[in-house]
Design a protein around this ligand. Structure first.
Ligand SMILES: [Zn+2]
Ligand SMILES: [Zn+2]
Length: 164
């Protein structure tokens, strides 16, 4: 709870209200309702309906982070199609860490108590490479989707059969 008894708090609320009345072009985020800050008001992201949304909501909705290289990319780039590669950073249901090709969806089912991986829908592709090891050390999920660049890098390494 914000304490309204403090006169300085009340004053700052009034100042904010006055400011947003003056520039009411895009006063608040259409998604979360938060006030857009000055930078966001200048050139806001917009949702499908064309309403302004804040940077954070835009990020939540449309952007995702590649687990392997940490790049922020459009969420649709992280969408997995059959034939593409994802990573398991740690052992999952007896599958060793590594890169796996998705043969078909789904690859995961929610069970009564905990979920389980549908192993028949995955094909082992390659062990984690150096970048993958690094990502695994920092991962906070057991597995992850990767950006297009990472997926291509991994497929090429395998197909080139480089022995280093
Ligand atoms: Zn928002
Ligand atoms: Zn990546």
């Amino acid at each position: 709870m914000t304490r309204l008894t403090d006169p300085t708090t009340i004053n700052s609320f009034e100042t904010q209200a006055a400011e947003s009345e003056r520039s009411d072009a895009a006063p608040s985020c259409a998604s979360c309702g938060d006030k857009l800050d000055a930078e966001e008001r200048g050139n806001p992201y917009r949702d499908e309906g064309g309403d302004p949304i804040c940077d954070r909501c835009h990020c939540d909705k449309y952007e995702g982070q590649c687990d392997r290289c940490g790049e922020i990319v459009e969420k649709k780039e992280l969408d997995m199609h059959p034939g593409e590669i994802l990573a398991f950073w740690e052992e999952v249901d007896g599958l060793e860490p590594g890169y796996y090709r998705v043969l078909r969806w789904p690859i995961y089912m929610d069970g009564m108590i905990e979920g389980y991986v549908l192993k028949d829908n995955l094909e082992y592709f390659a062990p984690l490479d150096e970048k993958g090891q690094h990502a695994a050390d920092n991962a906070w999920t057991p597995g992850g989707r990767m950006c297009r660049a990472c997926r291509e890098e991994i497929s090429q390494t395998k197909e080139g059969c480089r022995n280093e």
